[in-house]
Design a protein around this ligand. Structure first.
Ligand code: PNS
Length: 159
């Protein structure tokens, strides 16, 4: 299972999902409803799930599901034994290490595994994409096409 907030899904997320999908028979992408992150998401849970669904439609072994419970409980619900996270620059490490430790302490039957981001996506994040888009900057190539369209529509409306 590959969890995240995906607000919105980026090309970096998609690369990790594609690589994880080639390693496992089945992959569930879990979209977190209420991330413990400040500010609130730009896209609703339905919109984020839809963006991910469209972006992964070429991957036949990938399913997309929202979740609003503990990650390890959701993993058990969908029958996942491995949590896959993408790891970018060292700044991700502390937070991811803490989450992996916490999840392991709650349920040690579920392992967290990390896939390193490719250099091209090392500094790409959903927040950076939103920031660039808000200032009318170029986000083509940084996000799947479906997100490019949604971002343009959302930010044009709020201008
Ligand atoms: O894309 P993100 O914001 O890095 O994803 C974070 C996410 C959704 C994986 C994390 O917030 C999460 O696991 N939320 C579910 C609640 C939970 O289980 N918290 C305890 C683990 S730290």
């Amino acid at each position: 299972m590959c969890p995240g907030t995906f607000d919105p899904i980026t090309a970096g997320h998609l690369d990790i999902i594609e690589r994880a999908a080639s390693l496992f028979d089945e992959l569930v992408v879990g979209v977190a409803v209420s991330p413990e992150k400040g500010g609130g998401p730009l896209f609703s849970i339905d919109e984020r799930c839809e963006h991910v669904r469209v972006a992964v439609q070429h991957l036949s072994n990938v399913k997309v599901q929202p979740f609003d419970n503990l990650l390890v409980d959701f993993a058990e619900e969908v029958g996942a034994t491995v949590i896959i996270k993408g790891l970018r620059a060292v700044t991700d490490f502390e937070r991811e290490f803490q989450m992996a430790q916490l999840n392991y302490s709650i349920d040690s039957s579920i392992e967290t595994m990390f896939i390193m981001a490719i250099p091209e996506y090392m500094y790409l994040s959903s927040s950076a994409v939103k920031e660039i888009a808000r200032h009318n900057g170029p986000v083509r190539g940084l996000v799947p096409e479906v997100v490019l369209v949604a971002l343009t529509a959302r930010l044009t409306l709020s201008r």
